[in-house]
Write a new protein. Sequence first.
Length: 270
Amino acid sequence: MYSILSVLVLLFTVLPAFAAGPEYLVSSRNEFLDAIGPDRTIVIDAGEIILVEIPPSSDNESALFPSGHMNPYVSFNTEHDGVTVVVSGVSNMTIRGSGVLSSSLLTEPRYTFVIEFVDCYDLLISNLIAGHTSGGFCRNGVFGFSNCCDIVISDCDLFGCGTVGLELRDTSRFRLTNSIIRDCAYGIMEFINSHDLVFENSVFRDNGEYFGVELRECGGIEFNSCSFEHSVPYENLPLFPPDCIEEITFSDCTVRDYYCEEVEGITLLP
């Protein structure tokens, strides 16, 4: 039988440590971008914040920071029709809405991520709606994570037209819980060289034309109490790549309107 001390030690070694820090209440794009940094909580106190508009200024960074102040943790990748906001080198940061799904982070360009996180760890994103303002086909997804660790997304609604809801590259110890990924143009999620990924109590619906969940060189993936529904990829392509499905464990999941092998932990619905 475990002692209280041993249970606490286990929790602190498994869960990210979101330490209390200063809280920044933001209601505009510039306030949000200025607030990005380590060891803090950012509370979005607005119905919606559009991070990038179309058409962008010829000087994208000046357009985003009209005061001329540049946040060292924020940069911009130029894409076909705008810029992606890139957050780099940040740890122990929380971004959350002020209420239950009452705040949105949006972008107008369709070829950009809403936000891409690079070299970040101990991040919590919660109580947010995030996506692109217009429909159609896109090039990038809603949130991208590259070389990140200890990430939690909780109680969020991620929607397309982004190609995918999540793209993870070289990322580990990632958790999505109590969330929705919907209406993404290409597929649900894409994982590349990423490990220890947990998805629980979440719904994936009306996504994709080309794939469901795409993964390459990944391991330690779990889906618990998740629902995949109302998506029919092109030519009945499988929900998960058949040669990778052994890398995934399932518990109490359901699948409807996807081609999926019979796997322990998945109930196929008509």
